[in-house]
Design a protein around this ligand. Structure first.
Ligand code: ZN
Length: 188
């Protein structure tokens, strides 16, 4: 499998007092995606930022805005994130009662759609939807905090997903560094 590797730096890692400069810097150094971790304090234990920050940054960046929604019942806000400038919208399978409906909603705006799975969530939950997805985001930590250790078992999940969906984009999120980056690349 010769999938291209794309680095998606997370805005969470930026200095929040100078976001514009920070995202322009990662763009200058060759990043293609900007990963935007939106947390609501309900689906995950933290609150991060929302649409006002994303729309403010959109004017200053040509990066692909890769929006990772860690929010309960995301359907309520999909249009807001589309309007804010999201290019890819990823929702958690665990955050919506009607995942297929949420996927269709995102697609109805002409945006790329991803589904994310927490470490304990099996691939079975997307079995009947995977053909409709542009991307699957495998969480390699439990979402909600930065700086957690990579969960090794997730490489098995990546391998399994690559077998089920040879063409799909697989994104990984959490604990990725030079060493774990190699492991997930080898896994698929
Ligand atoms: Zn994320």
């Amino acid at each position: 499998m010769n999938k291209k590797i794309i680095i998606a730096p997370s805005l969470l890692a930026a200095d929040f007092s100078k976001l514009k400069e920070e995202i322009q810097e990662v763009e200058k150094y060759g990043a293609e995606y900007l990963h935007l971790d939106v947390m609501d304090g309900a689906f995950v234990p933290n609150i991060s930022f929302g649409t006002p920050v994303i729309s403010a940054l959109r004017k200053h960046s040509n990066l692909v805005f890769d929006v990772h929604l860690m929010i309960e019942n995301p359907d309520r806000f999909i249009k807001d994130f589309v309007d804010a400038g999201a290019d890819i919208i990823t929702v958690h399978a665990e955050s919506t009662k009607h995942l297929n409906r949420t996927i269709q909603l995102i697609k109805s705006y002409g945006k790329k759609v991803g589904v994310s799975l927490n470490p304990s969530t099996p691939l079975d939950v997307i079995k009947y939807d995977v053909q409709n997805l542009d991307m699957v985001l495998i969480m390699t930590v439990n979402p909600g905090f930065g700086g957690q250790a990579f969960i090794e078992k997730m490489t098995d999940k990546i391998k399994e997903l690559r077998t089920i969906a040879p063409q799909i984009d697989i994104e990984v999120d959490g604990g990725i560094n030079e060493e774990t980056g190699k492991k997930v690349k080898e896994a698929g």
